[in-house]
Ligand binder design. Structure first.
Ligand code: ADP
Length: 626
């Protein structure tokens, strides 16, 4: 029998496959099972039109047999089978061309990525086998045909005995080497796991002889191991079932099982979409972030199914970063696991689905915020930072879309509130949304600037997350109300008379303030009186674009040049210390220098900042005591 050569491009692809890395090898079974299922589909649908042919629906099955001694796995289906010509065209040319075109156009993609993402059908069998035999017979043929190949160097086709219609594929599993282990594919539990993982929802039973331990008949303690056929796939995907037929428990179990989270999901979104692209989506919002969520190892993505067959375990393109916490899957018959399909079209469908999914998640969260506040707060406590990052990312491209999902702690409500709730409560003369930053809400609550605003009846948002202020700056305004950091220079709540009086005060003391600024050696831009502090003597006020809080965050980024917020030291004009300073300016400039340093250091401490020289501060205070 003459050996035939594969077409040149097929040879390349085969080499690529045979040498692919280990972790992707396991998809071979998914590919072969999907082919078997497609072949059964074909025979079944044909029989619907030709009465008398084919089998009853229930008689269609896929069998898997393992023979450890012979090192073989056999996959048997009673599908349509192939004629000799079909064997030649289907298994003599790999993937017509699609994948190789794809490869040359996308050099950055590795071979493995191509295989991993699209699968390459039948030929993936060579990732684990050193010989593949296909015995097949069609309804129209009297006799069967056999295709045998040991890989890249060609294949042969001959006639063979075969009684039943369908296909039997026998893989001779490679010997394990130092680097690669293949023996595991001869273990039934491994095959069982692979079927559960990739082919659970194949619509025909997949049956394999499995070992089970059970009580010996008539005995109460003696066990025996029996080998009996077991169906490995559950056949009906949960997401294809009717929503109102699924219990909360079923969703939970499915989620726990598939996404390895012990908790119940906080929220389930189950949707069916039909239109330009049709798909089922089953999405879960976890209650808590997984342990690796904030590490670089975390990989976002949804599982991708094509008609019940998993084609990708984590499709990152389906989720924007700010919704990266969502787990779940998308199943679409419009996506094919067949790489011979147009890759571009594939891509287009995927983009469309991604866009819809993003919209869906947003609308679900918006609804949750409106109708189940407690649940939304839980969500926000786990994943709010991600939403804020989303507002900030890409120069605020999505800021507008996401702004209504934000919550911040409110000084007056003593809970998380949305921006729209804040704006609704704003005083009529108030033009800005007021906020203050700090480590904890308790610490912010004690800030002198906040204290006096609360006293005047203003609501202040407390920002405790590093990203908060950056997000607000990116947003710039909400409902035409801008944002004002109460520890920065841009709030204006005084009457004109009050402003004028303060201006006078500051002008009169200008020389003293210049002296104090000098004494602080350039640590502050300015020293001045303020009337925004209620009972407190001093505070630091940010002057430039970078607030004190932003300085703290930016300076934690390793490798970046350190930034410094520009600040002014503000002294409460109504506080007795103001008079004391004025007196010292006349009588004891050395002491005024010390006082300036102490006031500056205490203002830093109040603002939650480090002080540069704690020993100096301690000495200065002790000097006052003795
Ligand atoms: P595809 O992505 O088209 O399934 P494959 O390389 O996996 O690519 O298979 C090539 C073709 O071989 C299939 O389209 C099908 O026509 C045929 N084929 C593969 N496996 C079987 C099978 N078990 N029964 C009948 N035909 C099959």
């Amino acid at each position: 029998m003459r050996k035939k050569q594969f077409k040149a491009e097929s040879k390349k692809l085969l080499d690529m496959m045979i040498n692919s890395i280990y972790t992707h090898k396991e998809i071979f079974l998914r590919e072969l099972i999907s082919n078997a299922s497609d072949a059964i589909d074909k025979r079944y649908y044909r029989s619907l039109n030709n009465a008398g042919e084919g089998l009853a629906r229930d008689d269609y099955k896929i069998f898997i047999d393992i023979d450890k001694d012979a090192r073989t796995i056999t996959i048997t289906d009673n599908g349509c089978g192939m004629t000799a010509e079909e064997l030649e065209t289907n298994l003599g040319t790999i993937a017509k061309s699609g994948s190789l075109d794809f490869k040359t156009n996308n050099d950055a993609k590795t071979d493995v990525e191509i295989i991993g993402q699209f699968g390459v059908g039948f030929y993936s069998a060579f990732m684990v086998s050193d010989e593949v035999t296909v015995e097949t017979k069609t309804e129209a043929d009297e006799i069967g045909h056999k295709w045998v190949s040991q890989g890249a160097d060609g294949y042969s086709i001959s006639e063979c005995e075969k009684d039943t219609v369908g296909t039997v594929i026998t893989l001779h599993i490679k010997e394990s080497t130092e680097e690669e282990k293949y023996d595991e594919y001869l273990q039934s539990y491994r095959i069982e796991t692979l079927i559960k993982k990739y082919s659970d929802y194949i619509r025909y039973p997949i049956i394999m002889d499995c070992e089970t331990r059970r009580l010996k008949e008539g005995s109460e303690e003696e066990y025996e191991t029996v080998v009996e056929p077991k169906q490995l796939n559950s056949m009906v995907p949960l997401w294809r079932k009717n929503k109102n037929e699924i219990t909360e428990d079923e969703y939970k179990e499915f989620y726990n099982d598939k996404f390895h989270d012990y908790n119940a999901p906080l929220h389930v979104v189950h949707s069916k979409t039909e239109g330009q692209v049709s798909y089922d989506a089953l999405l879960f919002i976890p209650e808590k972030a997984p342990w690796d969520y904030y590490t670089k190892d975390f990989e976002k993505g949804l599982q991708l199914y094509s008609n019940g067959v998993m084609i990708m375990e984590k499709c990152g393109d389906l989720l924007p970063d700010y919704f990266s916490f969502v787990r779940g899957l998308v199943d679409s018959a419009d996506l094919s696991l067949n790489i011979s399909r147009e890759v571009l079209q594939h891509d287009y469908q995927l983009k469309l689905i991604a866009k819809n999914i993003e919209k869906k998640i947003k609308s679900e969260l918006t609804k949750m915020l409106r109708t189940d506040r407690e649940k939304y707060v839980k969500f926000f406590e786990s994943f709010g930072s991600q939403i804020k990052l989303g507002v900030y990312a890409d120069f605020g491209r999505k800021a507008d879309d996401l702004k209504d999902l934000l919550l911040f702690w409110s000084s007056s409500e003593k809970k998380l509130v949305s921006l729209s709730e804040y704006v609704e409560r704003m005083k009529s003369e108030q033009t800005s949304i007021l906020y203050a930053c700090g480590e904890t809400t308790d610490k912010i609550d004690m800030l002198p600037q906040v204290d006096s605003l609360k006293d005047k009846g203003y609501e202040v948002l407390y920002l405790t997350d590093g990203i908060d202020e950056f997000a607000l700056k990116m947003l710039r305004a909400y409902n035409e109300k801008d944002f004002a950091n109460v520890c920065a220079d841009d709030i204006d709540l005084d009457t004109d008379e009050e402003k004028e009086a303060l201006k006078q005060e500051n002008e009169t003391s200008k020389e003293m303030f210049d002296f104090m600024k000098e004494a602080l050696g350039g640590a502050v831009e300015e020293v001045r009186f303020t009337n925004k502090l209620k009972n407190h003597p001093v505070c630091l006020t940010s002057e430039g674009d970078v607030s004190v809080e932003m300085e703290k965050v930016l300076n934690t980024i390793p490798g970046e040049e350190k930034v410094k917020a520009q600040v002014a030291l503000e002294i409460n004009a109504e506080h007795p210390v103001a008079e004391k300073l004025k007196a010292l300016y006349e009588s004891d400039k050395d002491k005024l220098t010390d006082y300036a340093k102490i006031l500056y250091s205490s203002a830093r401490l109040i603002g939650g900042m480090q002080i540069e020289n704690p020993t100096e501060l301690s000495n200065l205070i002790c000097n006052l005591m003795i």
